[in-house]
Design a protein around this ligand. Structure first.
Ligand SMILES: *Cc1c(COP(=O)(O)O)cnc(C)c1O
Length: 395
């Protein structure tokens, strides 16, 4: 045992250890800097804090070196300048609402929006004095006719993550800019890789880092990414008031997955596109909704603006099958698990009743929709699994 170098008591030396990290150590990982209390060298430093500066240390809730490292990498990845981390994709969405809209304001949202976002807008409309209105996701430049003097925020989802309509984002953002309306995209589908929102006039990009950025189906986190500093500060102020923080251990997991994200996204993309093309040839399927296929609504926008689609698409079964039969198909799948979310290694399947989710556009299909998330399994095995489940459930 080495002799202690100071005369302090054992308990004091446990709280104030006298060891030092091995000098000269270096690795590829970002150190995990856990903190609630952040310690200031003196009062002058504490009093000189400026909340507008992201990379300064005030309190663990707001930022630590680990969380700021992740935020900066996400901003760089997506072509933004600033990023804020939230505790889930949904809390990133709520951060946008509370940062941008106030009582008396109007919000426009696509009819195919992520359902909890719809529910959020409806809740604010019911209890907080805003109006939330829905538009046909394929409205394009026609959005101009819906903008009112009090419209403050237009949501875009590209594509809608269940029904896959691809909006004409530049047409929507041009109309919004002409009227000084902020646009926010839920860009989770493209992971910030396959669609570059700031090149298409979007003001705020929202990511559910829970998906491809985590890649492991075991982390919940979100981000808002911006170019304009004043917009960033509006969101940052709301984030502070709401007490939104993230675990640096979770940040560390996402930092670990981020370098492999593009390779994973491309692998998901290859398998998903091959399976989507095969499913089009199947007599059980009435429509394959994959943005890279020509019959997907908004495909022309996808071709113009996107470089890939990743692992997510949907199929609509022929209307001769009952919803119960489609449930049996989903349950007969062995390699596709039943569960929400996506972005990890494992394939997933989920049936949806779309007609009940629409208010501003007509859903053209009569058969049941099943959303498929294509994981990293061998594509041939996934195909066999789907074939076998069709044979057993739909015969
Ligand atoms: C999953 C998801 C979210 C929400 O992310 P959570 O971290 O699960 O809250 C938001 N938007 C889209 C499109 C998503 O798929």
């Amino acid at each position: 045992m080495t002799e202690p170098t100071s005369k302090r008591g054992l308990q004091t030396r446990i709280v104030h250890p006298e060891d030092a990290l091995t000098p000269g150590f270096a690795s590829f990982s970002t150190p995990v800097t856990r903190a609630s209390t952040v310690v200031f060298p003196d009062l002058a430093t504490m009093r000189a804090l400026d909340w507008r500066n992201d990379a300064q240390w005030r309190y663990g809730l707001h930022a630590t070196p680990t969380s700021i490292t992740l935020a900066q990498r996400l901003a760089a990845l997506e072509g933004g300048k600033h990023a804020l981390l939230q505790s889930s994709g949904l809390s990133a969405i709520s951060n946008v609402y509370f940062g941008i809209v106030k009582a008396g304001d109007d919000v426009l949202m696509p009819d195919n929006a992520y359902s909890p976002n719809r529910e959020f807008g409806d809740w604010l409309a019911r209890d907080f004095g805003i109006t939330a209105r829905y538009y046909d996701p394929l409205i394009g430049a026609g959005i101009a006719d819906l903008i009112r003097p009090n419209t403050r925020l237009i949501w875009v989802e590209a594509p809608g993550s269940v029904t896959m309509e691809v909006p004409d984002v530049p047409a929507i953002t041009a109309a919004a800019r002409a009227r000084n309306v902020v646009t926010a995209i839920d860009n989770t589908f493209s992971a910030g890789l396959a669609f570059r929102p700031f090149e298409h006039g979007v003001d705020i990009s929202v990511q559910a880092l829970t998906k491809y950025q985590s890649g492991g189906s075991d982390v919940l986190m979100g981000a808002t990414i911006t170019v304009d500093v004043e917009l960033h500060l509006k969101l940052k102020r709301a984030r502070m008031h709401m007490g939104i923080g993230v675990s640096v251990d979770d940040c560390s997991l996402v930092l670990r997955s981020l370098p492999s994200m593009k390779a994973r996204f491309e692998a998901h993309d290859r398998s998903a596109l091959a399976l989507a093309q095969w499913l089009r040839t199947r007599p059980e399927i009435a429509a394959v909704l994959h943005p890279a296929l020509p019959d997907c609504p908004g495909h022309a926008s996808f071709k113009r603006d996107f470089s890939g689609a990743g692992g997510l698409f949907s199929v609509v079964f022929d209307a001769r099958y009952s919803a119960t039969q489609i449930d049996a198909f989903v349950e007969a799948l062995e390699l596709f698990a039943i569960g929400w979310s996506w972005g990890g290694s494992h394939s997933l399947a989920m049936p949806y009743d779309i007609a009940s989710m629409r208010t501003a556009s007509q859903w053209p299909h009569r058969g049941t929709l099943v959303r498929l998330y294509i994981g990293l399994e061998d594509e041939a095995d996934l195909r066999l699994d789907i074939e076998r489940a069709m044979t057993s459930a739909l015969a």
